[in-house]
Design a protein around this ligand. Structure first.
Ligand code: ACM
Length: 636
């Protein structure tokens, strides 16, 4: 009896949630509202005229849409200016409708046609991104695809707009350099998920990546280091006389090209010049920037910063800071920010401000003199003095300054916006003081962290699974929502040597961040999201974008009972079975299936794990030595 009731419930749920004639859609990010239509799907005709408004930006957006359709389907569409939809047409219109919020759009697809309506070209652009996600996944291909049954689009009515205006991804182009073409490609991928901000971390200890014409050594010297491959922080220093040949930088022309490419896709580029810490590339170029006379080099990833842990402050064995006590350094910074401000039209410039090692400042006579002169009581105030002077420079170029949350230390600069990374608390504190905030906490938004078990992911010092990233809530309670501009995920690239791995680290976690920043909070639903993620894996594959399959691998929790090791296994998504072995052979779905906590046999040497779904292997083969399990359990 129970079974019958269940079946009837399922059927009626399916009938009212979407019609039998239209396929289920899998959108990321989830739109503000979507209703399935009752009529059949829209079959894409082989030839069509698309009606567009008289607007150059829309013409370009639709032109790119037509090109994508042509590549994947071979169908040939033309555009015509007009204001009235004809039967079975694809119709784009710009309106003046106060009920459509900023960047919002309306999209209706039915058997009789498609319409995308917005107040501004940005809305049309996001409508097109959604429309492309309604097509079969093969639409993402650059090669001609054949679809059984033809190219059809489900019937839906969507009203959509973003929850936040700042929807960012940060790409660290200092630790590893990414070419203009690679950055453009990254932009192409991010806009499909409605990100609108690319934060470029342009300078760090491992390389200065932007031409500053008035300071040529920054790129002649600072853009290059000796080549090393391995684990960041454990790489060897330059040998005496060794040539620095590894790196690269963006010329002014490159930056202009990137800015234009991004703007055409409604993406702002936020440039970051990270000072006063993380500045070894600048100091190697102009050693006079340092409080500490010495020989400097662009770091290949050797260990010159020490993180002792246990609550102790980090310190440098090499002074990688720009000295706040040297007056000429503010002239240097003025030159840098003059050119940066001219190149990037976005209203904000990021000045870094994070992780400044101050152990050399402690000993510096110049710093002591500055403290006396400016009545600064400690090094927090020295740092704050520097940040406030940088803010004056940036404001004098007509830009607003944003910095990592360490800029709160010693007193926040008067107009500064704060990017909160060490959790949300810096952002909350800044918002309570009336400052603008962008949230990018390590706990949810650090996509340089490992996304699965350390045994199968490239080693990084921390982990962030997709499920956790999906819990990112940028708007904390008790603060003025207007001050929380949005959020972003940050891809630091110490361990990211190439663009394929940058993609792997970004996807699928950036799906989660996109949804946190675009979709209504009430629509957050992990198991529904996980299904959409799996569908979008197919889209990434079609577009030749690498992604991490870590959601298919088991989560391993190890504990001990006396000297026995206990292993708990779990999965991030539903419907997987975990098979295991302790006998050194590789398990398949005929091996024991995990049901409850395992006790590791006394003489076992390895545990091997793999997940299956519907009798097909889906996860990766995981191999952990028992020695590793012992370490995790804290058994000596
Ligand atoms: C940071 O991750 N150091 C901002």
């Amino acid at each position: 009896m129970k079974k019958i009731v269940f079946v009837i419930t399922l059927v009626s749920f399916a009938a009212c949630s979407f019609s039998q004639t239209t396929a289920k859609v899998y959108l990321i990010p989830e739109p503000f509202s979507m209703v399935y239509g009752n009529d059949p799907t829209f079959f894409l005709p082989q030839k069509a005229v698309i009606i567009i408004p008289k607007n150059e930006e829309v013409k370009k957006i639709v032109g790119d849409f037509v090109k994508q359709i042509k590549k994947a389907t071979g169908y040939f569409f033309t555009t015509k200016e007009g204001t009235i939809a004809s039967p079975r047409s694809i119709f784009f219109s710009l309106v003046n409708d106060k009920t459509i919020p900023k960047e919002g759009y309306r999209l209706k697809t039915s058997a009789t046609g498609i319409s995308v309506t917005a107040n501004e070209p940005a809305g049309i652009f996001y409508g097109v991104q959604t429309l492309l996600q309604l097509f079969p996944k093969e639409i993402a291909s650059d090669q001609r695809q054949t679809i059984q049954g033809g190219w059809n689009i489900p019937s839906v009515t969507i009203e959509d707009h973003p929850r936040f205006g700042w929807r960012g991804l940060m790409l660290d182009v200092s630790r590893h350099f990414f070419t203009v073409a690679e950055v453009k490609d990254y932009i192409d991928q991010m806009v499909k998920y409605k990100f609108n901000l690319l934060h470029l971390h342009l300078v760090d200890d491992q390389g200065w990546r932007i031409e500053i014409k008035s300071l040529p050594k920054l790129t002649e010297v600072g853009a290059w280091r000796v080549e090393r491959t391995g684990t960041f922080g454990r790489l060897s220093k330059p040998d005496p006389g060794e040539k620095a040949t590894y790196g690269g930088f963006y010329t002014h022309e490159d930056i202009k090209e990137l800015v234009k490419y991004a703007a055409d896709r409604f993406v702002n580029i936020l440039p970051e010049i990270d000072v006063p810490g993380h500045s070894l590339a600048a100091v190697a170029s102009y050693p006079e920037l340092s409080c500490t006379p010495g020989e400097y080099y662009v770091s290949p990833g050797d260990q010159f910063m020490i993180w002792p842990g246990g609550g102790q402050h980090f310190y440098g064995t090499l002074d990688n800071t720009i000295c706040p006590a040297i007056e000429k350094n503010y002239e240097f910074l003025d030159k840098v920010f003059t050119e940066v401000a001219q190149l990037f039209p976005f209203g904000y410039i990021h000045m870094g401000g994070d992780e400044t090692a101050r152990n050399f400042w402690e000993k510096s006579e110049q710093i002591k003199a500055l403290m006396k002169k400016e009545n600064l009581k400690d090094l927090d105030e020295v740092q704050s003095y520097f940040v406030k002077r940088v803010e004056k420079i940036i404001n004098s170029k007509g830009k607003k300054m944003i910095g990592w949350d360490e800029i709160l230390q010693g007193g926040l600069a008067p107009n500064a916006a704060v990017m909160s990374w060490r959790g949300m608390k810096g952002g909350i504190e800044a918002a309570k003081m009336g400052h603008e905030v962008v949230m990018s906490p390590t706990d949810f938004a650090y996509i340089d962290y490992m996304q699965g078990d350390a045994s199968i992911e490239p080693p990084v010092y921390a982990s962030l699974r997709l499920k956790k990233a999906y819990q990112f809530e940028p708007l904390p309670e008790g603060v003025d929502a207007k001050l929380i501009k949005g959020g972003q995920a940050n891809l630091w690239t110490e361990q990211v040597y190439n663009v394929r791995h940058a993609q792997y680290m970004t996807w699928p976690r950036a799906f989660a961040i996109a949804e946190a920043l675009w979709s209504p909070k009430e629509k957050r639903n992990w198991s529904d999201f996980a299904k959409r993620v799996e569908h979008h894996f197919g889209r990434l594959e079609t577009a030749n974008v690498k992604y991490s399959p870590a959601i298919y691998d088991p989560i391993i929790t190890v504990s001990k009972k006396d000297t026995t090791i206990l292993v708990k296994l779990d999965t991030e998504i539903e419907g997987l079975s975990i098979h295991y072995s302790f006998d050194n052979s590789f398990p398949d779905n005929y091996y024991p299936v995990y049901k409850e906590q395992l006790t590791v046999p006394r003489d076992a040497a390895t545990i091997k794990l793999i997940t299956y779904r519907n009798n097909k292997s889906i996860g990766r083969m995981m191999v952990l030595t028992i020695a590793e399990l012992k370490k995790r359990a804290g058994i000596k």
